[in-house]
Design a protein around this ligand. Structure first.
Ligand SMILES: [Zn+2]
Length: 120
């Protein structure tokens, strides 16, 4: 199981899955600001452990994603889909992984700003 935690430990994720072969660095309007390295899982494989009301969510524009962060320390942990047509994907910020050395995982650059293709 992959584990992730924010800086203060208030928000934890438990992921029933393997570390992906590559993490994604995306340049879209949202991702380039949040600066996460994303790993994607089915939502049923990701358990969010946090006290009630202790996380914040933000969505904007077409409101297809909700970006979740710790309400205490502010770390961006994941996004979840609000799009009824895309319910099967949840993006976890691998920078919060606690039992995986992400320095050894390939990073792929995704052009979410324009072409919606990987650049490498
Ligand atoms: Zn925190």
């Amino acid at each position: 199981m992959i584990e992730a935690a924010c800086l203060c430990g208030n928000l934890k994720l438990q992921i029933d899955g393997e570390v992906p072969a590559a993490l994604t660095s995306c340049n879209c309007t949202s991702c380039r600001r949040y600066a996460g390295l994303m790993a994607y899982f089915h939502p049923s494989k990701v358990r969010v452990v946090a006290g009630a009301g202790s996380t914040h969510e933000y969505s904007w524009g077409d409101k297809l994603l909700a970006f979740v962060r710790c309400g205490e320390c502010g770390c961006f942990s994941h996004w979840r889909s609000l799009d009824p047509g895309q319910p099967d994907r949840l993006g976890v910020n691998a920078r919060l992984f606690t039992n995986v050395d992400i320095g050894k995982v390939r990073i792929r650059r995704f052009d979410g700003a324009e072409t919606w293709k990987y650049l490498d």
